[in-house]
Design a protein around this ligand. Structure first.
Ligand code: S3P
Length: 436
């Protein structure tokens, strides 16, 4: 059984090996979609009702920031009710605390850039060292007044009139694209955005759901400024990136059987399902429907073949960026290993995820070669329970808890409380799914 005890401020989670992995569940709302619904509901005119909002701390940082800027938030049972500001955000009384959430800071910087007032964004230790130039550049081209602290947070945005731009996003980043879209919604003229690698498109779907018109010509997305948003009722689909941990858990055992209900299956997030199939999983889609532009369905996952490794690079690496830690963590158990390249962005996530994955794999006795933009993890290895350092990064915590299911002996995950950033229920459900 997993158990938790406090060691000063950091929690250590003990994860013991399992014999199988079975069960059925509905995941909490997608983190990325919850951020966007919180922001746009807080910006729109009227009261939106949001069911299955993410239970993670990050989207709640976005909600709290919207409240600090005049949105009214309450809960009716499990449904969140957000009364928006009708497109006129209030000057917050203090700093806007984004906690651990890069999405909150980057996307809100775009939303406030054309609003009246001064907005100062701060974050925790991890967020304070993450790169913010990537949003300053396009927003300044639009005329925004934005000040960083040596390229990082704290960020101060002084609201001003914006003009439309034609922008090519230089790195694969949905957060940067969203900051420009949210600013473009309020700029003079038509803003257009092109991406070399197509990133998650939840902002496009959410903006349309709230009544905005966006057009796409070839690879260019356009939004006209001055459009008003209206409140809607919505349900957030289950989080594919949280599902990734359990999907990889299911791959580790021959007779596993996992059913995930109401799962978000947006094609820009679903490459993971192809990877799971490629690694030896069998996925049955039991139903699928579209809600506010988002695909939502029920899937059943079993293991049908030996656990195989794969090479992940290029656009696939960008699309799987949040899932790479868990794929890497189970890589030693594959027949032929996993090679990851073109994933340098992993170094500037909530932690340096390349360095931490390598360190923790080695702590569990694995051989791994580190590269600036990825790693090579040979297959056919046995892991032993060890001491894992989460770096207070939610995805590292959960990735190595999955690796621990097939290790020899118990694994101690230090800083396991980080899971709550996106998936507070993780350890409870892991205990239910893992057969011991
Ligand atoms: C996110 C985009 C990705 C991802 C993050 C959530 C989003 O970040 O890693 O967890 O919701 O738009 P980047 O935009 O930095 O690639």
């Amino acid at each position: 059984m997993a158990s938790t005890h406090d060691a000063s401020t950091s929690k250590t989670q003990i994860v013991s090996p399992a014999r199988g992995f079975r069960g059925s569940l509905m995941l909490p709302g997608d983190k990325s979609i919850s951020h966007r619904y919180a922001m746009l509901a807080g910006f729109a005119e009227g009261t939106s009702r949001i069911a299955n909002f993410s239970t993670g701390a990050d989207p709640h940082s976005s909600l709290a920031c919207m409240e600090a800027m005049g949105a009214k938030v309450s809960t009716e049972g499990s449904v969140l009710s957000v009364t928006g500001t009708g497109g006129a955000l209030a000057q917050p009384k203090g700093d806007l605390d984004c906690g651990n959430s890069g999405s909150t800071m980057r996307m809100l910087a775009g939303l406030v850039a054309a609003q009246e007032g001064n907005f100062r964004f701060v974050g925790d230790e991890s967020l304070t060292v993450r790169p913010m130039e990537r949003i300053r550049k396009p927003l300044e081209l639009m005329g925004a007044q934005i000040e960083l602290t040596e390229g990082h947070a704290p960020i101060t945005v002084r609201g001003t009139e914006l003009k439309a731009i034609h922008f090519e996003v230089p790195i694969a980043s949905a957060q940067v694209k969203t900051a420009v879209l949210f600013a473009g919604l309020q700029a003079k003229g038509v803003t257009s955005i092109a991406e070399k690698i197509r990133t998650r498109d939840h902002s496009e779907h959410a903006l349309r759901a709230f009544g905005a018109t966006l057009t796409r010509h070839d690879d260019r997305l356009s939004i006209e400024g001055g459009q008003k948003l209206r409140a809607i009722d919505m349900t957030v689909p289950g989080d594919m990136s949280s599902a990734a941990f359990f999907l990889c858990g299911a791959l580790l055992f021959e007779d596993s059987n996992l059913v995930l209900d109401s799962l978000g299956m947006n094609p820009t997030r679903a490459s993971l399902l192809d990877v799971i199939t490629g690694m030896g999983g069998k996925i049955k889609v039991l139903n699928v429907e579209e809600i506010h532009g988002e695909m939502v369905g029920t899937i059943q996952v079993q293991r049908s073949a030996q656990l195989r490794g794969m090479d992940i690079s290029g656009a696939l690496a960008a699309q799987l960026i949040d899932e790479l830690p868990v794929i890497a963590a189970i890589a030693p158990y594959t027949e032929n290993g996993v090679k990851i390249r073109d994933a340098k962005e992993l170094r500037v996530k909530e932690s340096d995820r390349i360095a931490l994955v390598v360190k923790n794999l080695r702590a569990m006795g694995a051989e791994v070669v580190e590269y600036e933009d990825g790693m090579d993890i040979p297959g056919g290895q046995t892991l032993r329970g060890g001491i894992v350092d989460s770096g207070l990064d939610h995805r590292i915590t959960m990735a190595f808890s999955i690796a621990a299911l097939r290790a020899q002996g118990e694994t101690e995950i230090h800083g396991a409380e980080a899971a709550a950033v996106s998936f507070p229920e993780f350890y409870t459900w892991l205990d239910e799914l893992a057969i011991r």
